[in-house]
Design a protein around this ligand. Structure first.
Ligand code: SAH
Ligand code: MG
Length: 204
């Protein structure tokens, strides 16, 4: 009975978070992306997950609940950080989901004593290669790196000339990240046309 009550509360809270995200244009993972993310976690059963890009703590909370793992997640925006903190506390996930308020490119030292079975990259698209290079030294052997928004609303496959300069630069960097991943001999990578594009890289 207790479990049912908890699940109900959890689902209610997740609904609220989705509503907030919609109203405030927060780009939380979409339902298809979430579905594959949950499947990966159910199959792989990571004990420690690092997420780059918390936003309101939506994916972090679900990852923690799905796998019974400890999640460390990094967010640089103060409004998002505060919202995530509140949500995680409402869900009774304090200690299971740990938020680091900082730019991920500056927070390596705060995590360098930890090891992860899974890294989920879901922050500034132009920085994916940097995030990958910075944090994969903390990945256990056989660990996985999952990235969201690999197709970035399909702009990755669009005519670059039709895009504004800023978007074009970002898309170019994301394309370079595709190449980087697919040519990286230390990882077996697949990029799936699910959600907004999800990649899975398994370290060899
Ligand atoms: N993973 C979340 C969505 C994250 S949206 C979910 O699906 O529920 C991307 C978030 O990454 C934004 O909140 C943005 O502020 C944050 N972000 C972008 N670049 C970052 C960086 N370099 N360091 C830390 N956070 C970053
Ligand atoms: Mg995303």
């Amino acid at each position: 009975m207790k479990v049912v009550t908890n699940n109900l509360k959890f689902n209610q809270k997740l609904n609220e978070m989705r509503e907030y995200a919609k109203l405030n244009h927060v780009p939380i993972i979409n339902d298809d992306g979430l579905s594959i993310l949950k499947t990966i976690i159910a199959l792989y059963k990571p004990k420690n997950i690092l997420e780059i890009g918390t936003a309101i703590g939506y994916s972090a909370s679900i990852m923690s609940m799905t796998s019974d793992s400890t999640v460390y997640t990094i967010e640089r925006d103060e409004v998002m950080y505060n919202e995530a903190k509140k949500n995680i506390s409402d869900l009774n996930l304090d200690g299971k989901v740990n938020i680091i308020f900082d730019d991920a490119l500056n927070s390596f030292d705060k995590l360098s004593d930890k090891k992860f079975d899974m890294i989920f990259i879901d922050a500034a698209k132009a920085q994916y290669t940097k995030f990958f290079e910075l944090y994969t030294p903390l990945l256990n052997k056989g660990g996985i790196v999952v990235c969201d928004n690999m197709y970035f609303h399909n702009l990755v496959n669009s005519d670059l000339e039709s895009l504004s300069k800023n978007v074009r630069n970002m898309v170019k960097k994301l394309q370079m990240f595709h190449e980087f991943l697919l040519n990286n001999e230390n990882y077996e990578t697949s990029i799936f046309d699910i959600g907004d594009g999800i990649s899975i890289s398994i370290s060899k």
